[in-house]
Design a protein around this ligand. Sequence first.
Ligand SMILES: *Cc1c(COP(=O)(O)O)cnc(C)c1O
Length: 450
Amino acid sequence: MEYENTLAFAQQMDKADSLKSYRGKFYFPMMHGREAIYFTGNSLGLQPKATQDYVLNELEDWATFGVEGHHHARKPWFPYHEQFAVPVAKIVGAKPEEVVVMNQLTVNLHLLLVSFYRPTKERYKILCEAKAFPSDQYALESQIKFHGYDPADAIIEVSPREGEYCIRHEDIITAIENNKNSIALIMIGGVNYYNGQVFDMKAITEAGHKVGAIVGFDLAHAAGNLKLALHDWNVDFACWCSYKYLNSGPGGVAGVFIHQQHLNNPDIPRFAGWWGHDKETRFKMEKTFIPMQTAEAWQISNAPVLSMAAHKASVALFDEVGMDALVEKAEKLTGYLEFVVEEINKYQVAGSKYQVAGSKYQVAGSKYQVAGSKHPDGFLEIITPRDKKQRGCQLSIVAHGKGKDLFNKLTQAGVIADWREPNVIRCAPVPLYNSFEDVFRFGEILKDVL
Ligand SMILES: *Cc1c(COP(=O)(O)O)cnc(C)c1O
């Protein structure tokens, strides 16, 4: 794809975008009298305009029916969660019986670990990525301690190599093979929240199964961002939240996937509650837990309908658009952001701040080959993989020599992005509602601010 760093080009791309009408279906925060450039859909997705009606309907039905709403609401609450099985399964590449929407992400991770982390004296280790999202680290450590093992011994972290930002796939596979007799579980984030790297979930699952380990993924940054095929990849379990790419509101109801082969397995332990009990006999309120035949068996409590109503509004949009169209646009849109950032680097060099002649930087094609290990102030280094298959829509950018001041200036200029100390800007142009013009304007602001 040939990009141009001009407003006319960006507007022409937007005009040709088959998803362009979806932008108007979301509320954008306003800054200085105009819509913000919102690049934090990876942290909290924007609110669909339809969400308020979905939630209001449930409030009205509650007012109208009281407890009778469980059966007489327009969408009865007793089976409310069942509406998600088909559309959510499509989002993550599962069979409808393999997914259920319930609780919140870290809670679900714990519930899945209860079922799928079953250490023995020989096999008790968990392999994960270094610098996993803190909540996942805490969950893994506490589960290990709960079973009486020592996290310092039981956690195998795979790190990027010295001087690199991303983890090499072959290093994950090697770590699995090197610990083939002691790994009980591989538990990795499908997309690393910090650098935006996508892991090869199919290959990791295969490698894990080959050594007899269970393989699960935290898809917080993957659900609604990547095309997933959890069932076909034979992933054992996965969990995700709904408030990032899935736009279902702060703290919204989360989702889990449990592979078909583990459904109906009476040997799998589980923390049970009444909503996981066979629905035909649930209200007989009898002793003895009889699990549902689907992922619903992992439900504990009755459905949080208000939060689910918000989820439904967003899932309806995903169902309309489909992951194929989203991923196709995401590749172009994120590719455009990558291009624009590189143009800024070039511009800064041309602006004679850096002496290309001094040969520290050499222009090879459109990319800068950095000879020394140190980048000049203001150099924007994209640390997310350049390979489209190894990233979703997020780009993480190190602003060399810059601090929080740069980020504050971006915010003042109407950009909502995400800053991680000491100098990483995370930007996620979301294909469902961001435009090429957003990316162009972001580039102009960034150039100004630098
Ligand atoms: C966002 C995120 C979380 C947040 O957990 P909650 O239980 O939803 O608060 C956990 N893990 C990962 C990988 C995340 O990206």
